[in-house]
Design a protein around this ligand. Sequence first.
Ligand code: DON
Length: 303
Amino acid sequence: MSNILDTLKHISEEITNEADWGQPAQYIPELAEIDPAQLAISVCTADGKTHSTGQSDKPFSIQSVSKVFSLIAALGRTGDQLWTRVGCEPSGTSFDSIVLLESERGQPRNPFVNAGAIVTTDALLSGREPKMALAEILGLIRAMAEDDDIHINAEVAKSEQRTGERNKALAHYLASYGNLLNPPDLTLGTYFHQCAIEMTTVQLARAGRALAGLDGAPNILPALRARRLNALMMTCGHYDGSGDFAFKVGLPGKSGVGGGLLVIVPGRVSIAIWSPGLNKYGNSKAGTRAAARLSRSMGWSVF
Ligand code: DON
């Protein structure tokens, strides 16, 4: 497997030389000032080993990558009933769009756009205190990564709570259609805190093993559920950039505005990439290029 490491080093050098990083998320003040010229990649293989380049032990804000974990937790709690409240179709809209909610009577297209993730978190909350739902998500992530050193950055959560007018609008709009069962502020508080979870690329790659169905992965996800999650990540994981990601990378993935990417190579490896500058869709700019080159060099596309 030593050629994985050589490939990672080569890609990292190329991307660094190109210096085409994009800009970090500007609408979350705590993230806006991060130096975009950073790249970390970790690949976790079936034997549980990780191969990494860059600052793979530096925690970053996972943001929307958390939506994969909250979805797993919510499905564990409510089962397939969740699909009566949120769809599983690509939206073709930006992650924070409200536009389809009116014609589709408050049912978000999928659990990865913000509206769908807010409904998913609401289902997970189901009348409990936010700290209970957050403990459930954190516990799940720690179990999937087999690492307890994973935490929420309260400053990042507060920063978004102060400025997240769009998400507040989405939550209240969902509530107006009866698709929020908890008070909007409680659901939003939970959602902002789940987005503020920090992980390193090593931890995130390890957490992806169950999704990749790797032999040594903790037994957390039934195979059918993992397959469906991968299908959703492939079709919806990058919002209106999902087709572009599938075209260039050919793998299921989930992005976050913190610049993180979780990319799954079913049956083979789990990949985590972090580079905080974003492209026009709000996904990691250099990270997406790195994923495309890695998939191509290793022959990992599912197509
Ligand atoms: O709700 C938000 O806007 C952020 N907490 C998360 C959005 C996000 O990560 C979109 N992904 N690229």
